[in-house]
Design a protein around this ligand. Structure first.
Ligand SMILES: [Zn+2]
Length: 180
């Protein structure tokens, strides 16, 4: 394969990933971080995408991305959904890749989109947006203040606060088996 063909394929892959991110209503900052495309290019892609989607136009998110882990502790349901998402991210190797913190590869971003799509099938009514999910991955991949761990009581995966400011077992054990 010639170098120009490789570049063409790479560009096509980059655009395909960018479209997926736009369809998930990712913020421009996140799309730039994930694809390396310029803000101007992303705005053009967004306009093209909207033109092709008359039924359900996506909103272009502005402003800051979520930056608060407290969001995932708003209720036992939030906690359980975050743990489900984190378990999927872990299974796909995204929590053990230091690269996702700085410059994720296009393949990693595409895998992340697959994980989020799967998560939405498992939790269709979730309040965890794509941006929340991206933030959660970045926090957990640092293996610092918050980690995916086994609950000491039931061995289920849950998100543990390593500073132990939050409860020391999983939301299911705290709330009983029928959490909505
Ligand atoms: Zn438990």
């Amino acid at each position: 394969m010639r170098i120009t063909d490789c570049r063409y394929d790479r560009d096509r892959q980059r655009l395909a990933v960018a479209y997926r991110l736009i369809s998930h209503e990712a913020r421009t900052y996140t799309i730039r971080q994930c694809t390396g495309l310029s803000g101007d290019r992303i705005r053009k892609l967004y306009r093209e995408y909207v033109k092709g989607q008359p039924v359900r136009p996506v909103r272009r998110r502005r402003g800051k991305s979520p930056r608060q882990m407290a969001f995932f502790w708003r209720s036992p349901s939030h906690e359980l959904q975050a743990a489900t998402l984190a378990a999927l991210l872990n299974r796909c190797g995204l929590l053990s890749s230091p690269q996702v913190l700085f410059r994720p590869t296009l393949e990693e971003v595409a895998t992340f989109c697959d994980v989020y799509d799967t998560f939405r099938i498992l939790c269709p009514e979730t309040v965890i947006t794509f941006e929340h999910a991206w933030y959660l991955m970045q926090v957990l991949a640092r293996l610092d203040e918050f980690v995916l761990a086994r609950c000491p009581d039931c061995q289920a995966l849950w998100i543990r606060d390593t500073l132990d400011l939050l409860p020391d077992n999983c939301p299911a054990c705290r709330s009983g088996p029928y959490v909505a």
